[in-house]
Design a protein around this ligand. Structure first.
Ligand SMILES: *Cc1c(COP(=O)(O)O)cnc(C)c1O
Length: 381
């Protein structure tokens, strides 16, 4: 029997331009935070139309610093979704605050905004929504709730680049927005992250906090006469991005719309081809195609078991994934915060049914058709 080609779930979209840009940084001998990071921050801010972009070592670091700069700490509560990667809630724990989960909307898989107000207490300080798969949360409603209750809006935008919402990019609408450049994200620097904000009063301390609270980094000092002299002006963290990463990020930013076009095209093929299978529901699609980054293509299965389905596709040489195991089902979250099975039924129902299909710019249209054909075979066998 002829072996079918392996179709990976995700692959970074890297070519000679990244390899050359990174090599240039290595050859320059200035390999940590320097001019390339500045350049990347400026280009990123310009691309989204936001005043400040602060580059950091990961989205997890971005979420952590956003909570710190917002003054959130021990005894505080932060509302978020259980339907996310652990990093979202983990960052809340870093500052000693408690993640308060609110169930999701079954169709969008995003936090159910209509359930947020009943979760607000006198201890609530912030809301951290996640734009799952790249579909924006209801930012108008979230901003309104935050304004009415004096809460900080920190959106986890790890999936949401480029995502528009009513003509503006995600990254311009929260008090602080956090992006990820992890290997499998829509743009990558290997590891890396970015905080965006329009608030000068938040941007300034963030720039010092991310590198030990030092008022001037080495790049700023090297042009001055007293290279060694600096002050510590805020609490510090080791969360800076390197020029090696930033050089790669600049290349990835140049390809951002091109990769988005490819993801969008593949998502459209999936959407129309999978419509013929009543056993599957396809993801929610916004009217405006710009309002989805298509980081993930998540179907919901209404027949058989999800695990068997994923296993059968793997036998067809197709790699799928599952997003997400709800956080309240993990041992740690149950022990630490007292959550248990049954707390968030919409998230649990979704978890039982979801499968993330291969979606990345390195696929071809024929790969996507292969996935669809394999799904057809698995469903009829
Ligand atoms: C990937 C991801 C993160 C973490 O990003 P890192 O850059 O790896 O820290 C956070 N939240 C969500 C929703 C993610 O998918």
């Amino acid at each position: 029997m002829e072996q079918k080609p392996f179709i990976p779930f995700s692959r970074p979209w890297i070519d000679e331009t990244e390899i050359e840009a990174v090599s240039e940084v290595l050859a320059s001998k200035w390999i940590s935070t320097g001019g390339r990071v500045r350049e990347f921050e400026r280009a990123f801010a310009e691309c989204l139309g936001v005043k400040h972009a602060i580059a950091v070592s990961s989205c997890t670091a971005a979420l952590h610093l956003s909570l710190v700069v917002s003054g959130i700490g021990v005894g505080d509560e932060v509302i978020t979704t259980p339907y996310t990667f652990t990093a979202t809630a983990e960052a809340i724990r870093y500052v000693g605050a408690k993640p308060i989960f609110v169930d999701i909307n079954s169709e969008t898989l995003n936090i159910d905004v209509s359930k947020i107000e009943q979760a607000i207490t006198s201890r609530t300080k912030a809301i951290m929504p996640v734009h799952i798969a790249g579909l924006p949360c209801d930012m108008d409603a979230l901003r309104e709730i935050c304004k009415a209750n004096n809460l900080v809006l920190i959106d986890d935008a790890a999936h949401a680049i480029p995502t528009e919402y009513n003509g503006q990019y995600i990254g311009t609408l929260g008090d602080l927005s956090c992006f990820s450049f992890y290997a499998n994200k829509n743009m990558t620097t290997g590891e890396g992250g970015m905080i965006t904000t329009n608030d000068d009063a938040l941007a300034e301390p963030l720039r010092t906090m991310r590198l030990h609270g030092i008022d001037k980094d080495a790049w700023a000092r090297q042009s001055k006469r007293s290279i060694w002299r600096y002050d510590i002006t805020t609490e510090g963290y080791k969360y800076n991005m390197t020029d090696i990463q930033a050089a790669m990020g600049l290349c990835q930013l140049m390809k951002l719309y091109k990769q988005h076009e490819r993801r969008q095209n593949f998502a459209q093929i999936y959407q129309s081809e999978l419509a013929k299978f009543p056993q599957i529901s396809t993801p929610f699609i916004p009217e405006n195609p710009k309002e989805h980054a298509w980081h993930l293509y998540i179907i919901q299965l209404h027949t058989g078991t999800r695990d068997e389905f994923v296993e059968s596709l793997r036998e067809e040489n197709i790699e799928c994934s599952v997003h997400y195991i709800p956080l309240h089902l993990f041992e740690f979250y149950q022990k630490q915060y007292g959550y248990s099975v049954g707390d968030f039924p919409r998230a649990e129902e979704a978890f039982e049914r979801v499968v993330s299909l291969p979606l990345h710019p390195g696929l071809s249209e024929s790969d996507v058709h292969c996935v669809v054909d394999a799904i057809g075979e698995v469903l009829t066998s």
